[in-house]
Design a protein around this ligand. Structure first.
Ligand code: SAH
Length: 359
């Protein structure tokens, strides 16, 4: 790759059109390129047969389409597939394909590691290594859609992999614009869910976005004190401030905000917590997604019994709050929520990584 090569993977369609025009290439070729790269998963210019040979040769010299490399692809007994992807700088991330939920879903990362350091999440233990670029975020979808044979089928995207999307706002939103292009995968924002710990300025910005994904807030606690203990960013963006931002958040007719609630045995799963949660959500078009903890070595919490989860869910349901319990998928291949962790390019085995975490 020469340094003057332009990386098509990082460009939204208007940027690609402008870049081609600046090189004296007609703008309409941008749409053809987008169709090859996104709809057909083709990144080699010499295979793009509706372009003239001289143009293909020229693009080959001047452009590239950097794409994460699949390092491993493991399938769980429940059909969930975890992909470990290597980026151009050798850093690694994980992306997960979850079939039949009832639709097909890709769980995508927005950062290498994460700065939020939630007490129950393995990714949080890595710290933040770096933001992903827009091309790396959209690239995961391109790659997974091709690998799972879903390029021509509808699928959902959840930004619930590694990282905090509102901590990498620009790149995340640009990736959604790229994926939305009608000449690319044409992903409707209604099929995208952005999950966040609740970075309030980010929520306020999101409220003004023309392309607005569904919103999920990782709440996890019902008092300021307890939330700060579990989700450290709460020190800066309090439960009260987040819920205020949610009350102001513009929702389309039928849509609601999802509140995710990781259940930790004996910590935040009591009937009092459930009743406090009902009060907190008053006046918000909300639904609650309970996520029984996926335990992991180095995480100092346990998963509650099904009875405790059911009792909590029943209290919400009795007060007319829509509640669901997230089924844990892909735990046998460590692909479940909070279990995504990789060390960039390191040769350590998973067992060694766990041992490091436990020190
Ligand atoms: N940073 C974003 C998105 C990534 S996490 C966020 O926090 O929302 C996606 C969901 O998985 C979050 O609700 C997160 O709290 C949850 N999660 C993290 N660790 C978990 C664990 N060990 N067990 C179950 N869910 C977990």
């Amino acid at each position: 790759m020469s340094s003057s090569q332009l990386d098509l993977a990082e460009l939204d369609l208007p940027e690609l059109e402008a870049a081609l025009e600046a090189r004296g290439v007609e703008r309409f070729h941008a749409r053809q390129l987008y169709r090859w790269v996104y709809r057909r998963g083709v990144t080699q210019f010499d295979l793009m047969t509706d372009l003239s040979r001289p143009l293909r040769a020229r693009l080959q010299d001047e452009l590239l389409v950097s794409t994460p490399r699949i390092i491993s692809d493991e399938t769980s007994v429940d059909g969930t597939r975890k992909f470990v992807l290597e980026l151009v700088d050798g850093r690694r991330i994980e992306s997960v394909y979850i079939p039949d939920t009832p639709s097909m879903t890709f769980c995508i990362s927005t950062q290498v590691g994460c700065a939020m350091s939630c007490g129950f999440c393995l990714t949080g233990k890595m710290g933040l290594v770096r933001n992903l670029t827009a091309g790396e975020i959209a690239g995961q979808v391109r790659l997974l859609a091709a690998a799972t044979g879903l390029l021509d089928f509808p699928f959902n995207i959840v930004l619930m992999g590694m990282g905090e999307p509102l901590h990498n706002y620009e790149h995340t939103m640009k990736a959604l614009r790229m994926l939305h292009s009608e000449h690319g995968l044409a992903v409707s924002p209604r099929r995208v869910t952005l999950s966040t710990v609740g970075i309030v300025p980010g929520l306020e910005r999101l409220a003004r976005e023309p392309l607005m994904p569904n919103l999920a807030i990782s709440l996890h606690a019902t008092t300021e004190e307890q939330r700060t203990a579990l989700v450290p960013p709460n020190r800066k963006y309090s439960l009260a401030a987040i819920l205020d931002a949610c009350r102001r958040f513009p929702l389309k007719n039928r849509s609601r905000i999802t509140f995710e609630y990781v259940m930790l045995d004996g910590v935040n799963d009591t009937p009092e917590d459930a009743r406090r949660l009902v009060k907190l959500l008053a006046g918000i078009k909300a639904k609650v997604n309970l996520i029984p903890l996926n335990p992991a070595p180095g995480i100092p919490y346990d998963r509650p019994s099904d009875e405790r989860v059911d009792r909590f869910a029943q209290i919400l349901a009795d007060r007319h709050i829509t509640v669901s319990v997230r089924k844990s998928r892909g735990r046998d291949i460590r692909a479940a929520c909070g279990q995504l962790i990789v060390e960039g390019g390191s040769k350590k085995t998973a067992a060694q990584q766990m041992a490091l975490l436990m020190r």
